[in-house]
Design a protein around this ligand. Structure first.
Ligand code: KG4
Ligand code: ZN
Length: 364
């Protein structure tokens, strides 16, 4: 863990009466995982409990928001209790709470936010809302090797595909984003086309390992006007057209389709991340979010990084998909920097809007 919080900074905060939390409870409920984590002194993860609802949503081929909120309701208390037990701490030991405030499914977010508010209110301790996407891009600080600010972060998940310039824990600029589908969404949709299970990423990646990435040449959207933006809808349509044609001809080589589709996604993600790093002159690239668990993406980014003299850092797979540990690290730094939210804090379903290249003034 890198020493990004210097002693003089902590001393200054103490002098102002703001104390970084010793034991922080974090909660995540933005989508289909109910998760809780306990973080000690901003660096030591004592518990990271994740209750996934994938089995519930699988039979519908995607997330059903109403079912997601209901399951968060029944899971949140046991998940938090388990996290406290695993951490070996009592509720009264916790001295701050961090929670995902958005973006995500409103009904699901409300469950986590309400729980966090009630917990903080009953113990008279501070609580802070955290932006889920920013939590993904700071998850790397839970690993032994941390990046140096500023760094380029590729956040690739089921709901987001964006490139950011992270300049500090409360300063994140957007450099590019998807115009249509997120990369994870493309994996999920292609899995559906191929009759594979939800979520599509893990199963496609498994099948792709046995296929030929050059069997089909699927399109890679370049978008010359906004070269750091992404578009995956054309790729999805190209896969659909190819599969329909192959079905009519008598057989679909699923492994080759998976490998060729995955290679097209990986090519674009790698090319644009490297371009962002070269354009901004940074030396570190971080990749985070559910799709960052993809081993071909990690390998291709590392190879490109080696070629260009860039360091590529990926959190471990358990920190890539949704979890509360990343909310803990992002929340810890918000609290350390003096941010705190009131009991009137509300959830938000979409990323707060800010124009391209401008700093997101508030990293919530
Ligand atoms: O970050 P995440 O857990 O949830 C969101 O915030 O969206 O990401 C979930 C997404 C799903 O679309 C899933 O298909 C994708 O991450 N995913 C993968 C892999 N594991 C999960 N995509 C590609 N390869 C994987 N190994
Ligand atoms: Zn996520």
């Amino acid at each position: 863990m890198q020493g990004y919080c210097c002693i003089t900074e902590v001393a200054a905060l103490y002098a102002w009466g703001m104390r970084p939390p010793h034991l922080l409870l974090a909660i995540e409920s933005s989508c289909d995982e109910t998760a809780a984590a306990v973080l000690r002194d901003g660096s030591r993860l004592l518990a990271n409990v994740i209750a996934s609802q994938i089995a519930i949503h699988r039979e519908y081929g995607g997330i059903v928001p109403e079912l997601a909120s209901r399951h968060h309701m029944t899971s949140i208390s046991p998940v938090v209790r388990q996290a406290l037990e695993e951490a070996g701490v009592k509720p009264s030991d916790i001295d701050a709470v961090a929670v995902t405030q958005g973006p995500g499914l409103v009904g699901s977010l409300i469950v986590g936010l309400s729980f966090a508010k009630a917990f903080a209110f009953s113990r008279n301790i501070p609580f802070v809302g955290v932006n889920h996407v920013h939590a993904h891009l700071f998850s790397i600080f839970l690993e032994d090797e941390a990046p140096s600010f500023p760094y380029v972060a590729l956040v690739v998940s089921g709901g987001h595909t964006s490139i950011y310039l992270a300049e500090g824990f409360d300063r994140v600029r957007i450099l590019g984003q998807t115009r249509d589908d997120a990369a994870g969404e493309a994996f999920d949709k292609v899995a559906k086309i191929l009759g594979l299970e939800y979520p599509g990423g893990p199963v496609i990646s498994r099948l792709a390992a046995r296929g030929r990435p050059d069997a089909f040449l699927f399109p890679r959207a370049k978008l010359p006007d906004t070269p750091l933006d992404f578009s995956f809808s054309g790729l999805k349509t190209a896969v659909l057209t190819a599969v329909r044609k192959l079905e009519a001809e008598g057989g679909v080589p699923i492994e080759d389709i998976c490998a060729s589709f995955q290679e097209a996604v990986v090519d674009v993600l790698v090319e644009k991340s490297v371009a962002a790093a070269l354009r901004t002159g940074v030396s570190d690239i971080v990749v985070a979010g559910g799709v960052a668990a993809n081993s071909r993406l990690r390998e291709a980014l590392r190879q490109a990084g080696d070629r260009e003299g860039l360091r590529v850092l990926c959190p471990g797979a358990r920190l890539c998909t949704d979890n509360a540990a990343m909310v803990a690290i992002a929340g810890y730094h918000r609290l350390r920097m003096g941010h705190e939210d009131g009991l009137d804090a509300d959830v938000y379903s979409r990323m707060p809007s800010f124009s391209r290249g401008k700093a997101a003034a508030r990293v919530s």
